[in-house]
Design a protein around this ligand. Structure first.
Ligand code: NDP
Ligand code: HEM
Length: 482
């Protein structure tokens, strides 16, 4: 008997031929009864799930988070206790481009981390920048529409991008990052990751703190210039997927030093910046970074579709010791991600191996398309039959805090130093080197010089940058001839 593997239909019957469809004679029409052919074509038509509406192009890897310092005074979360090692998964991505778009495009990079903790999944769905373009989730879909494609000609359009940004001055800080060379990182290994939002931490006694996460690359920051990025786009659109995959394959495991900034719970009310405003950082002179551990990537996925395309991250996945802050953007995201996964992958997306928690799931939610975790009785709660009950009250104690006020639609209350331009101005004045500044100017000028950008828009672009810093605005004006 031959030891060759025999191909089968999906139902397990031997495949009659991998090359020839069943026909009436060698030249005759094909038969509907050839279910192997029908199955093959029908399955092919259903190979794709919809691509992510944002962050469609990406890649990732598995790794481990190791905590080296004692931060139990700030959080009781098991994964952040000294000595803890937690399996992890990350997906890096660009934001605006489609599934086949180039990795080296000018864009923020997604930095989505999943930690498979003993207490369930903890997801930290951040970017390679500490801030964002907007501060209210009402504006998210409009912002993304301005970055994607026009309705009429299906082209991306820098005029509409600058239109949105110049009408949304809160974007200035993030657009400064985006237009600097950090908008074109040389690889995913050579960029930092930020949780970006402020989150709540609470310790075993229920004391609360606010926290920001900074994952600082141990490989060093390395960026492409605009010209280098364009050249790589043309020659190797998958450069970042390739770089990460090859590094891990040759045993060159990239790592990041894990830092946090901690703010006392009570300090938030009158800190000089609104600490929940996602367009702001907490300056280091106020809140220095504290190193708590290291995060290392050491294993490539084996199947892109199963592990990257079907990966689902949720800013709403918290574990005891960690919770959301009142950051309005974060609050919006708590809804958006599980909702998009139910649509994009299906309601049982958390049963897929890459998304599945490593601890036991015991839930009254069940059934639906493609489930393979079937319930046992009792199927309702409360019950008197020994079904699962709620976690003891002390598990989540500390997550609660008081809020009160009138129900309104209003911008954040301004704190003492809040404005849209002083933090990007600090970046220009005290952080960027002379060559960083030269590149920022030329990147802005290049971006705002494409044919669709109108003369009137160029004036608005100059004004926007003059608000960040007069020298920057003047140099952009000179470059644009505006
Ligand atoms: P600091 O001088 O203490 O910190 C400056 C920060 O900027 C460092 O984190 C540095 O870390 C980072 N940085 C250095 N070069 C660049 C660059 N070319 N592009 C972007 N970031 C860079 O000052 P402050 O904390 O007072 O912050 C001043 C400004 O720095 C902020 O307004 C913000 O724009 C920017 N920044 C601040 C961060 C924060 O959390 N406080 C974080 C990142 C940026 P590294 O070189 O390792 O990236
Ligand atoms: C992906 C919504 C802000 C980081 C997504 C997706 C949606 C979305 C719908 C697609 C998810 C999927 O199909 O798997 C929103 C909304 C936001 C917002 C409504 C604001 C209100 C942000 C911010 C960050 C961020 C501020 C970073 C700080 C990411 C990342 C991904 C993503 C990294 C890709 C996740 C992955 O790799 O699967 N976002 N987003 N988003 N978003 Fe956001």
């Amino acid at each position: 008997m031959s030891d060759k593997r025999i191909a089968t239909t999906d139902a397990g019957a031997a495949a009659p031929s991998l090359e020839h469809s069943q026909s009436v004679g060698p030249n005759g029409p094909l038969l509907f009864q050839d279910q192997y052919l029908v199955q093959k074509m029908a399955r092919f038509n259903r190979e794709r799930v919809p691509e992510r509406v944002v962050h469609a192009k990406g890649g990732g890897a598995y790794g481990v988070l190791e905590i080296t310092e004692d931060v139990s005074q700030f959080t009781k979360a098991g994964l952040f206790q000294k000595g803890a090692r937690t399996d992890s998964f990350v997906r890096f991505s660009t934001v605006a481009g489609e599934l086949g778009s180039a990795d080296s495009a000018r864009d923020p990079r997604g930095f989505a981390m999943k930690f498979y903790t003993e207490d369930g999944n903890y997801d930290l769905v951040g970017n390679n920048t500490p801030v964002f373009f907007i501060r209210d989730p009402q504006k998210f879909s409009d912002f993304i529409h301005s970055q994607k494609r026009r309705a009429d000609n299906h082209l991306r359009d820098h005029n509409m991008q600058w239109d949105f940004w110049t009408l949304s001055p809160e974007s200035a800080h993030q657009v400064t990052f985006l237009m600097s060379d950090r908008g074109t990182p040389a690889s995913w290994r050579n960029m930092h990751g930020f949780g970006s939002h402020t989150f709540l931490w609470y310790n075993a006694s229920g004391e609360k703190f606010w926290v920001k996460y900074h994952f600082k690359t141990d490989q060093g920051i390395k960026n492409f210039t605009d010209a280098e990025a364009a050249q790589i786009q043309a020659t190797d659109p998958d450069s970042h997927i390739r770089d990460l995959h090859e590094a891990i394959r040759r045993g060159d495991h990239p790592s990041w030093t894990v830092n946090v900034q901690i703010m006392a719970f009570e300090d938030a009310a009158d800190y000089r910046y609104n600490p929940f405003d996602l367009t702001k950082v907490w300056p280091h002179e106020d809140y220095p970074e504290i190193t708590i551990g290291r995060w290392t990537l050491n294993r490539n996925p084996e199947n892109y579709f199963a592990e990257i395309e079907q990966a689902s991250f949720e800013p709403s996945n918290f574990v005891p010791g960690i919770g959301p802050s009142p950051d309005k953007m974060l609050q919006g995201r708590l809804f958006s991600y599980p909702d998009t996964h139910r649509y994009r992958i299906g309601p049982n997306y958390l049963q897929l191996p890459v998304n599945q928690p490593r601890n036991k799931v015991d839930t009254y939610n069940y059934d639906g398309p493609m489930t393979y975790r079937n319930p046992t009785d009792p199927v309702y709660a409360p019950n008197s039959m020994g079904g699962p009950v709620a976690a003891p009250p002390d598990t989540w104690s500390g997550e609660s805090y008081e809020v009160a006020g009138e129900i309104i639609r209003h911008a954040y209350e301004l704190h003492r130093d809040d404005d849209d331009f002083s933090q990007p101005r600090a970046l220009w004045e005290k952080v960027l080197s002379p060559s960083d500044r030269d590149h920022l100017v030329s990147n802005i000028v290049g971006h705002a010089s494409t044919p669709e950008v109108t003369a009137d828009m160029k004036k608005r672009v100059v004004e926007y940058w003059r608000n960040v810093h007069k020298d920057l605005g003047d140099r952009v004006a000179k470059g644009l001839g505006a």
